[in-house]
Design a protein around this ligand. Structure first.
Ligand code: ZN
Length: 317
């Protein structure tokens, strides 16, 4: 068997593709997730996109389907109460896909899928112990320890984005206060920018920007804008402190940062590394690499999901 299918279900868009064992994406398609009122309709539309290609390549050459989805549960193949999807409740995602396609289907959450993709094709190649942190609209994470993805007893292990970084801090979408996600996601850094602009009198390029985005903050930092640099320092401090805590749990060889905010390069990596080191227990100091993802942003989601299938025996449980 030479091919697998990778599907990444996102709140707005979903991408899917056919991937060979070397990690080459042979075919790609995209669906607007929000267009589908019911999950069944989404499965049918995915089938219409992919099936002609499956027939062309020979169905017997396909090992299966890997899906990364918000709140995807590896054990049950379900998605459960995903806040950003129209489809509510607990839904049998893997079963619907395997019934429709006649192919074995594996599900996990998007950050775990990214971690497995990184281990097969990216910065974590050959590593047995690492933490993948995705800094996107939210903050996700996948923990690999002793060569295995950690799923926990219910399939939901590794939610670093919802570990409390600041006691009684900002209100999070999950209903609690001070989650890491409210500070170090793309939306979190924008909240910081708006707070700083309101409470500080420093002049800044950002003062003339309406509806600031994380990209605006990056652009200002590149131009040496003092307030933008301060925003990155603040964000990196909170992220670095939380990563130092995470290191104490699994003692990883590396932490890999992925997603929009990670693309800010040194502006986020330097303060994050500095504050991580400052807050590490002595036994870990100078040992943990902080690395950018080596997967291309556009391919990572499909590759990671497809890798689930190749890795099912070796790494998963
Ligand atoms: Zn939260």
């Amino acid at each position: 068997m030479q091919y697998s299918i990778g599907i990444d279900i996102g709140g707005t868009n979903s991408v899917m593709g056919i991937v060979d064992k070397m990690g080459n994406i042979l075919f790609e398609a995209e669906l607007i997730t929000k267009d589908y009122e019911h999950l069944e309709g989404f499965v049918d539309a995915s089938y219409d996109e992919l099936f002609p290609q499956i027939v062309k390549l020979g169905k017997n050459n396909f090992k299966g389907i890997g899906i990364g989805a918000p709140n995807g549960n590896y054990y049950n193949g379900t998605i459960e109460f995903a806040p950003n999807l129209r489809w509510k409740g607990v839904l049998p995602l893997a079963k619907l896909f395997s019934d429709k396609f006649g192919l074995e289907t594996t599900v996990t959450n998007d950050a775990n899928a990214a971690a497995i993709g990184e281990m097969m094709h990216g910065a974590a190649k050959g590593m047995n112990d690492f933490i993948m942190v995705t800094l996107g609209t939210g903050v996700g994470s996948g923990f690999v320890a002793n060569g295995k993805m950690i799923y926990g007893h219910d399939g939901f292990a590794g939610e670093l984005g919802h570990v409390i970084a600041v006691r009684d801090g900002r209100l999070c979408g999950c209903g609690r206060k001070g989650c890491l996600e409210t500070y170090t996601s793309a939306t979190g850094i924008v909240r910081t920018a708006n707070e700083f602009l309101e409470t500080k009198s420093t002049s800044s390029l950002l003062r003339s920007v309406a509806n600031i985005t994380s990209k605006d903050i990056y652009d200002a930092a590149v131009q040496g804008d003092f307030l933008a640099l301060e925003i990155f320092q603040f964000t990196g401090k909170i992220l670095g402190q939380s990563l130092a805590d995470a290191v104490a749990i699994t003692s990883p060889e590396a932490i890999i940062l992925f997603g929009g905010l990670a693309q800010a390069g040194k502006y986020i990596f330097e303060p994050t590394h500095k504050y991580m080191e400052e807050n590490l227990l002595k036994i870990y100091q100078g040992k943990v690499k902080l690395l950018p993802s080596e997967l291309r942003e556009s391919d990572a989601a499909i590759l990671g999901a497809a890798s689930l299938i190749w890795n099912a025996d070796k790494v998963l449980v």
